[in-house]
Ligand binder design. Structure first.
Ligand code: URA
Length: 218
């Protein structure tokens, strides 16, 4: 009998396959929107995610939700949000740390790929350089941000910045708004996903009111 996504998620929540179990409060499997829908992928849970068991609930998550709101999407209803790593990587002092490549490979291959098999997303968006490098180790966000790229895995991905990076580099907010508008256009078939060029006749006028500014989420 084949496994369901619910069964897979139950297994993820009790995973003890690596040392990251020692520093976690709880596993953060991810949240699921619709099958064949939009799926965002980040790197790993931080402090707040580890406390709640839900991805992107800190300041980065608030920005992600605002960005989604700007393109009329609601996370709980419309999108799946996963991390490559399901347990918070911590330093010896108990602070957040960047996951190692080995940790990413181990957890991503053990769990995230299986989640993606179930979700079969129409569009995958990686948030930041760590998630991008998991799919495409020789690519950088600087070179590919805002583009749909083929990867070394089976997946095509749309590359964008991690929300935490935008919170530190607010000058990129306008570009970030454009990325999210383009995500919506690609999802709606209004933009050529292979080179992220708009189909001119279907261009949606930019709506100033939907654009996000820093004060919207601080
Ligand atoms: N950063 C991530 O990459 N994932 C989270 O869940 C939170 C912050």
């Amino acid at each position: 009998m084949s496994e369901s996504l619910t069964e897979l998620t139950k297994k993820i929540t009790v995973c003890e396959a690596c040392h990251l179990k020692e520093g976690r409060t709880q596993v953060v499997p991810g949240i699921y929107g619709q099958k064949n829908g939009l799926c965002f992928i980040g790197e790993a849970p931080g402090y707040y995610e580890d406390q709640k068991g839900v991805p992107f609930v800190g300041r980065s998550g608030k920005l992600l939700d605002k960005m989604l709101e700007g393109i009329n999407l609601v996370r709980q209803r419309d999108v799946s949000v996963l991390n490559i790593i399901k347990c918070r990587p911590t330093t010896e002092e108990g602070n957040n740390r960047t996951p190692t490549e080995k940790e990413l490979r181990f957890c991503g291959e053990r769990w995230m790929y299986k989640q993606l098999n179930f979700l079969s997303p129409k569009m995958i968006v990686t948030l930041g350089g760590i998630a991008l490098k998991f799919f495409s180790p020789n690519t950088s966000v600087t070179k590919t941000a805002g583009k749909m790229i083929n990867t070394d895995s089976n997946y095509q991905i749309f590359v964008t910045y991690h929300p935490a990076y935008i919170l530190r580099n607010y000058n990129l907010m306008e570009e970030y708004n454009t990325h999210f508008e383009n995500i919506k256009r690609i999802l709606n078939g209004e933009m050529d996903e292979t080179n992220s060029k708009e189909k001119e006749q279907q261009k949606i006028p930019k709506q100033k009111s939907e654009q996000k500014s820093l004060t919207d989420f601080l």
